[in-house]
Design a protein around this ligand. Structure first.
Ligand SMILES: N[C@@H](CCC(=O)N[C@@H](CS)C(=O)NCC(=O)O)C(=O)O
Length: 194
C-alpha cells in the first residue's frame, strides 16, 4: 500500500489512522506547490486532483478524500469506529464537520491575504473548536471511544497551535494525549517531522 502525503498536511490524519490499524504504508512525499513527488515525478499523473492524501491499495486501486479514506480504515479495523446503531453516521457526521468546517477554513487562514480575512477565519475556527469542546464528554471526540475522527482532529489541533489559535483546555488535553500515542509518533517519524 502506498500513501502520497505532504508532511504535516491533512494526509497525516490518514497516516496516523493507518498506523493505528497496524498498516504501515510505503510513503511518497509530494511537494504541494510544484506537485512533484520526492522522486521528481509529476504527482498529477498519479492523482489528477493534484492533492494529498492519495492511497494506492495493493490491487492498484486509488482512494482519495479524507472522509472516504478514514471511513475505509474503519472498514479494515472496525475498532477504530464508534459503535451502535448510529455509530457510522455519527462518524461521517464528525469527519464531514472536520473536513468542511475546520480543514477548509484552515486553508483560507494559511493563505489569507488580508488581516481582516485572517481575523475572520481565526474567529470561525476558534468558534468551531469551542463547539466541539462544549459537547465533549470523556477522553475522545465521539462517544468516549477512540476513532479515526480523533486522528483528523489531532492534525487540525496541530495547525491551530502552529497558527496561535486559542484552544479550549479539553481539546488541548486531547492533543497532548494524542501526541504520545505510538501511531502518532510513528507517522510523524515517517514524515520526518515532530
Ligand atoms: N478534498 C480533499 C482535500 C485535501 C486537501 O486539501 N489537501 C491539501 C493538503 S492539506 C492539498 O494537498 N492541497 C493542494 C491543493 O489543493 O492543490 C480531502 O478532503 O481529502
Amino acid at each position: 500500500m502506498k500513501l502520497y502525503l505532504a508532511p504535516g498536511a491533512c494526509s497525516l490524519a490518514l497516516h496516523i489512522a493507518l498506523h493505528e490499524a497496524g498498516i504501515v504504508p510505503e510513503t511518497v512525499k509530494v511537494d504541494i506547490p510544484t506537485r512533484k513527488t520526492e522522486t521528481g515525478a509529476d504527482f498529477t499523473t498519479v492523482n489528477p486532483k493534484g492533492y494529498v492524501p492519495a492511497l494506492i491499495l495493493d490491487d492498484g486501486e486509488m482512494l482519495t478524500e479524507n472522509v472516504a479514506l478514514l471511513d475505509w480504515v474503519t472498514g479494515e479495523v472496525p475498532d477504530l469506529a464508534p459503535t451502535g446503531k448510529l455509530g457510522r453516521t455519527r462518524l461521517l457526521e464528525m469527519l464531514t464537520f472536520i473536513s468542511t468546517e475546520i480543514h477548509k477554513p484552515f486553508i483560507r487562514l494559511f493563505f489569507a491575504e488580508t488581516d481582516a480575512e485572517k481575523a475572520m477565519m481565526t474567529e470561525a475556527l476558534e468558534g468551531r473548536f469551542a463547539y466541539l469542546a462544549d459537547r465533549w464528554s470523556g477522553d475522545y471526540l465521539i462517544g468516549n471511544r477512540y476513532s479515526v475522527a480523533d486522528c483528523f482532529l489531532h492534525v487540525t489541533l496541530r495547525w491551530a497551535a502552529m497558527m496561535g489559535l486559542k484552544i479550549p483546555a479539553t481539546l488541548q488535553r486531547h492533543s497532548d494525549r494524542m501526541a504520545s500515542r505510538p501511531a502518532v509518533l510513528a507517522a510523524l517519524a515517517a514524515e520526518g517531522i515532530n
